[in-house]
Design a protein around this ligand. Structure first.
Ligand SMILES: [Zn+2]
Ligand SMILES: [Zn+2]
Length: 136
């Protein structure tokens, strides 16, 4: 992917802190230095999902991420347009914000969820109540 200088110093759409670039296997994403939310350009989230240990990029505190999950109406850090809240078609409990032109934002812990939880895990969690199905 060509280097876009505007990608630098992205501001977190949730808390407005600066974001730092983190790279794995040649894929660079932006991570907020405060709430640890992750910004993925285009289809980076789906590409990273298939890479071993990519969940290490998502090292934020999940409970911290949840605080920000309730914050809605966020704007795309690239174009400033209101982002759309959407959910994963297979794991409908994971909500994230998407700009159809630029990419998506996930709160801390959501990418790890997306990577690890199968729908079956999720249903087991429901049946047993509030069991924490997320690996430590
Ligand atoms: Zn943030
Ligand atoms: Zn945008």
């Amino acid at each position: 992917m060509e280097h876009d200088p505007e990608v630098h110093n992205l501001k977190c759409p949730k808390c407005s802190h600066g974001m730092e670039e983190v790279t794995l296997e040649g894929i660079t994403i932006d991570r907020c230095s405060n709430c640890q939310g992750l910004w993925f350009d285009d289809d980076e989230a789906h590409r990273l999902k298939d890479i071993e240990n990519s969940e290490l990029l998502d090292h934020g505190d999940k409970t911290e991420g949840w605080k920000y999950d309730s914050r809605e109406d966020i704007d795309c850090p690239h174009c400033g347009k209101r982002m759309e809240k959407t959910f994963d078609s297979k794991q409908v409990h994971i909500w994230y914000e998407i700009c159809h032109d630029h990419g998506m934002f996930m709160d801390a812990g959501e990418f790890t969820d997306l990577k690890h939880l199968s729908p079956l895990d999720w249903f087991r969690g429901l049946i047993k109540g509030n069991r924490d199905v997320v690996a430590p």
